[in-house]
Write a protein that binds this ligand. Structure first.
Ligand code: FMN
Length: 203
C-alpha cells in the first residue's frame, strides 16, 4: 500500500482481538515511529509508557472512562511530557538536549530563550508541551496501519488516574494523550471528511 492508501484505511478502532496480541518486534517498531517524530527545538521533552500487561490495561481502562479499546488493546501507549520547570532555557535539561546538536550550545539556548519567553508570557507553555505528543501519536497510528495494526488516539482519560496507575509523579510529568494499538475485530469504518475544496484556501 502506498502512503495515501494507508491513510485512507486507518480508522479509529474501538475494539481489538484479545487473542491476537502484538509481538515485541511490532511493539518496538511502533514506538520507533514515535521516537523518530520531531519535537520543537529537538527537545524530546517526552517519555513513552508502553502498556502491554493485561492487568495494567484493565487498570487503565478504568481511568479512561471504561473504553473497551483500552482494555482489549495489544498495547496502549501513554505519552508524557516533562513538567514546565524543566523547559527553562538556563536549566540542565535544555542544556543536555541542546548540546547534542552541531550548533554552538550558547547559540542554541539564545535561539530558544525568546520562544520560551513567548510561550510563558502568552500562557501557552503547558499547551505547547502537551501538543508535542500528538505528532508522535499521528506517526505511530499511520505507521501501525502500514503494518496492518489498527489504533485509536485516546483523549478521554482521567489524568490523575492514569498517572496513578502508571506510578508517575504529577510534579514531574503531564499526560499528553494515549493511543491504543492492536488487531481489530471491527469492520473498517469509511472516512468521513470534508472535501479538499471546502477545507483549503489557496494563496
Ligand atoms: C486527539 C484524538 C483523541 C481521540 N480520543 C478518542 C477517545 O478518547 N475515544 C474514542 O473512542 N475515540 C477517540 N478519537 C477518535 C476520533 O473520534 C476519530 O479519529 C475521528 O472520529 C475520525 O475517525 P477516523 O479516525 O476513523 O478517521 C480521538 C481522535 C483524536 C485525533
Amino acid at each position: 500500500m502506498n502512503f495515501l492508501d494507508i491513510m485512507r484505511h486507518r480508522f479509529a478502532c474501538k475494539l481489538y482481538d484479545e487473542n491476537k496480541p502484538l509481538n515485541r518486534e511490532e511493539i518496538d517498531e511502533i514506538l520507533e515511529y514515535g521516537r523518530l517524530t520531531p519535537t520543537s527545538f529537538g527537545l524530546e521533552m517526552w517519555h513513552f509508557h508502553a502498556v502491554v500487561s493485561k492487568e495494567k490495561l484493565k487498570e487503565l481502562y478504568a481511568v479512561c472512562y471504561e473504553q473497551e479499546g483500552v482494555r482489549t488493546s495489544g498495547m496502549t501507549v501513554a505519552i508524557l511530557t516533562k513538567a514546565s520547570k524543566y523547559l527553562d532555557p538556563d536549566g540542565l535539561f535544555v542544556y543536555e538536549r541542546g548540546v547534542r546538536f552541531p550548533s554552538d550550545i550558547d547559540w542554541y539556548i539564545e535561539d530558544y530563550r525568546p520562544y520560551h519567553e513567548f510561550l510563558k508570557d502568552t500562557g501557552r507553555l503547558e499547551g505547547w508541551l502537551r501538543s508535542q505528543g500528538y505528532l508522535a501519536v499521528a506517526n505511530m497510528m499511520t505507521g501501525a496501519q502500514s503494518l496492518g495494526i489498527q489504533s485509536c488516539a485516546i483523549e478521554g482519560f482521567d489524568e490523575e488516574g492514569v498517572l496513578r496507575v502508571l506510578d508517575i509523579d504529577p510534579k514531574e510529568w503531564s499526560l499528553s494523550l494515549l493511543c491504543t494499538f492492536g488487531h481489530t475485530v471491527e469492520e473498517e469504518r469509511p472516512k468521513i471528511r470534508v472535501p479538499l475544496q471546502e477545507l483549503v484556501t489557496y494563496h
